[in-house]
Ligand binder design. Structure first.
Ligand code: MG
Length: 203
């Protein structure tokens, strides 16, 4: 199983990163060792002083595919959920400044917290999914898939030009604005609409 993460897929998040949305989707990978189960604690690593939360809609691939046309992409996933792309922002800045790959800052153990999934048919219009993240009960990130620069089907089409998508692969589709640091004992909860899909305590 591989975890594919889209960078800068929401205009206002790109803005808060002093960046812009790219002309084509931009993506990077996390290994399967990055997977963190729902309701399991995230342990702050000793190599970073600035771990950030990034709440994201996650798509679970249900069918093997390569070079998938956008109009057929919907056949390659049945379930949608939420995840947190934990990011060592201090290391990411160092990687960017030096032109290094992002793995140290993005692909470490437990950096992909994955919540529950729901059948996509329950969500109705996939271009209008409200989702949010609360930190200690206060909403810190709020997004809607309508604001994506590249929609789910276009992401699948684009990624599958480069790499074969396999059953169980996860696509983190990018975070909306409101990213910020997490601290010990913080409680994170992710919602699609009003439904809680994800829970994680920082240790
Ligand atoms: Mg992200």
């Amino acid at each position: 199983m591989k975890i594919i993460c889209i960078g800068q897929n929401y205009f206002r998040h790109a803005l808060e990163m002093n960046s812009t949305v790219p002309a084509n989707p931009m993506f990077f990978l996390k290994p399967d060792s990055a997977y963190l189960r729902n309701n399991h604690p995230f342990f702050l690593p000793d190599f970073s002083n600035e771990i950030h939360h990034e709440i994201e809609i996650v798509v679970k691939i249900s069918r093997l595919g390569k070079c998938i046309e956008p109009q057929f992409a919907h056949r390659y996933y049945d379930e949608i959920g939420l995840g947190i792309d934990f990011t060592a922002r201090d290391l990411q800045r160092e990687c960017i400044a030096n032109g290094w790959p992002w793995e140290m800052s993005k692909a470490f153990d437990q950096s992909a917290c994955v919540g529950e999934f729901m059948d996509k048919s329950k969500l109705g219009d996939l271009h209008n999914i409200d989702f949010s993240l609360t930190l200690n009960g206060k909403t810190v990130q709020q997004g809607n898939t309508a604001d994506m620069a590249f929609y789910i089907d276009d992401l699948i089409a684009y990624i599958s030009k480069f790499m074969t998508l396999k059953i169980g692969d996860l696509i983190f589709t990018g975070t909306p604005q409101g990213i910020g640091p997490v601290h010990i004992n913080d409680q994170l909860e992710g919602f699609i609409g009003n439904q809680k899909m994800l829970e994680c305590r920082i240790k």
